[in-house]
Design a binder for this molecule. Structure first.
Ligand code: DOR
Ligand code: ZN
Length: 350
C-alpha cells in the first residue's frame, strides 16, 4: 500500500522577513501582491533617499498603510538604513516606540541604492553596541564590494572579513544574514549557537547560475547576491527544509520595471511576491518535506524576532497547475513575475 499524496496543507499565515516595496506607484502596485498572502514583512529601507531616521521610517510606514487596499490586512515591520552618521539614540528610540524592528546594513555599493551604506565599520560601532544592548536585530546584506573580489566569492569573503569580526566584537548583537546563497553561509550559521539566523529567498531555492547565463542571458534571474553553483542551491534547500529554527523565508522580492531590467546594464532584483507560496510548496514537496514548510514561512521568523506566530491560517491545495500573470502592471511600467521554470501545482485557497 502506498501513502496517498498530500493534497491539502494548512499552515499559519506566512510572513516575509525581507521585502522591497519601493514607493509611490510601484508601492501601490506591489503591496497587494504581498498582502494577499503574507501577514507581516520586514520592509527594506533602500529608497532614494534611504529610510535613515525614525522619522523617515514612520513616514514611510504611513505611506505603506495608505497604499494598502481597505479589504486587506498587513503589518509592515520597518527597518532603518545604517549609515556612518546614524545616531544610536535615534535608533534606540525608534525601537522603543515600535517604529523600527531592525536596522539594515548595506556595505556601500553592494546593491541597488546602497551608496549611503557603510565603508568604515569602526564608524558604526556605537550603533551596533547600542543595538546589542537593547536586543534590536541587525539585518545584513553580506557581500564585500571590492572590485578585486570575484562576484561569486563576495558572500564567503564577507563572512570571513566582516561578519566574523563584527560578531567577535559584539557577541550579543542579534544578526540576520539575509538572502544567503552559499554552502559557506549555511555552514557558518549552523555552526553558531547564538544570535545568528539567515533568510533564504524563494528564487535562490530554485535557480543556480546556469539559469541566468547558460543558453542565453536571462536578466529576470539576475539579483544580488547572484545565484551560485548548483551545490550551493542544494545546500540552501537542505537548510530550508531542515526545520532548523535559524533559517526562514525572506523573499527579497524586489520589483524593477522591465525597461530597467532589460538593458545593457540592467537592475538586480527578482519579483516573486505573487507566486512565492506556490513555488515554495513545490520545492518542499519535491524534498519530501511539506511538513516543514510552516516552520520556514510562518514559525522560525517570528521566533527569532521575538514575535508571536500568526493566529490566522493559510490553506494550500494541490491540483491542476495554477498559473500566475507573467507581469503585473504598475504606474511605472510592467514588472515581470518570477518564473520558476516548472509547473506549480499548489494554489493558495481564497
Ligand atoms: O537583487 C537585489 N535587488 N538585491 C538587493 O540586495 C537589492 C534589491 C533591490 O533593491 O532591487
Ligand atoms: Zn533585498
Amino acid at each position: 500500500m502506498t501513502d496517498k499524496p498530500t493534497t491539502s496543507l494548512t499552515i499559519r499565515r506566512p510572513d516575509d522577513w525581507h521585502l522591497h516595496l519601493r514607493d509611490g506607484a510601484m508601492l501601490r502596485a506591489v503591496l497587494p501582491e504581498t498582502a494577499r498572502h503574507f501577514g507581516r514583512a520586514i520592509i527594506m529601507p533602500n529608497l532614494m533617499p534611504p529610510v535613515v531616521t525614525a522619522a523617515d521610517a514612520s513616514a514611510y510606514r504611513a505611506r505603506i498603510m495608505a497604499a494598502l487596499p481597505a479589504d486587506m490586512s498587513f503589518t509592515p515591520l520597518m527597518t532603518l538604513y545604517l549609515t556612518e552618521d546614524t545616531d544610536p539614540a535615534d535608533v534606540a528610540a525608534a525601537h522603543a516606540n515600535g517604529i523600527a524592528t531592525a536596522v539594515k546594513l548595506y556595505p556601500a555599493g553592494a546593491t541597488t541604492n546602497s551608496a549611503s551604506g557603510v565603508r568604515d565599520f569602526e564608524k558604526v560601532r556605537p550603533v551596533l553596541e547600542k543595538m546589542a544592548e537593547i536586543g534590536m536585530p541587525l539585518c545584513i546584506h553580506g557581500e564585500v564590494t571590492h572590485s578585486d573580489v570575484d562576484i561569486f566569492d563576495r558572500e564567503a569573503v564577507f563572512i570571513d572579513k566582516i561578519l566574523k569580526p563584527i560578531r567577535k566584537k559584539n557577541p550579543d548583537l542579534r544578526i540576520v544574514m539575509e538572502h544567503v546563497t552559499t554552502l559557506d553561509a549555511v555552514d557558518y550559521v549552523r555552526d553558531q549557537p547564538k544570535n545568528l539566523a539567515a533568510t533564504i529567498t524563494t528564487h535562490h531555492l530554485i535557480i543556480n547560475r546556469n539559469h541566468i547565463l547558460a543558453g542565453g542571458i536571462r536578466p529576470h534571474y539576475y539579483c544580488l547576491p547572484v545565484a551560485k553553483r548548483e551545490q550551493h542551491r542544494v545546500a540552501l534547500v537542505q537548510a530550508a527544509v531542515s526545520g532548523d529554527k535559524r533559517f526562514f523565508l525572506g523573499t527579497d522580492s524586489a520589483p524593477h520595471t522591465d525597461p530597467n531590467k532589460l538593458q545593457a546594464c540592467g537592475c538586480a532584483g527578482v519579483f516573486s511576491a505573487s507566486n512565492t507560496m506556490s513555488c515554495l510548496a513545490e520545492v518542499f514537496e519535491a524534498a519530501d518535506a511539506l511538513d516543514k514548510l510552516e516552520a520556514f514561512t510562518s514559525l522560525n521568523g517570528p521566533r527569532f524576532y521575538g514575535l508571536s506566530a500568526s493566529d490566522e491560517a493559510m490553506t494550500l491545495t494541490r491540483g491542476e497547475p495554477v498559473t500566475y500573470p507573467s507581469h503585473i502592471a504598475t504606474g511605472d511600467g510592467p514588472v515581470t513575475v518570477f518564473d520558476p521554470g516548472f509547473p506549480l501545482h499548489w494554489r493558495v485557497a481564497d
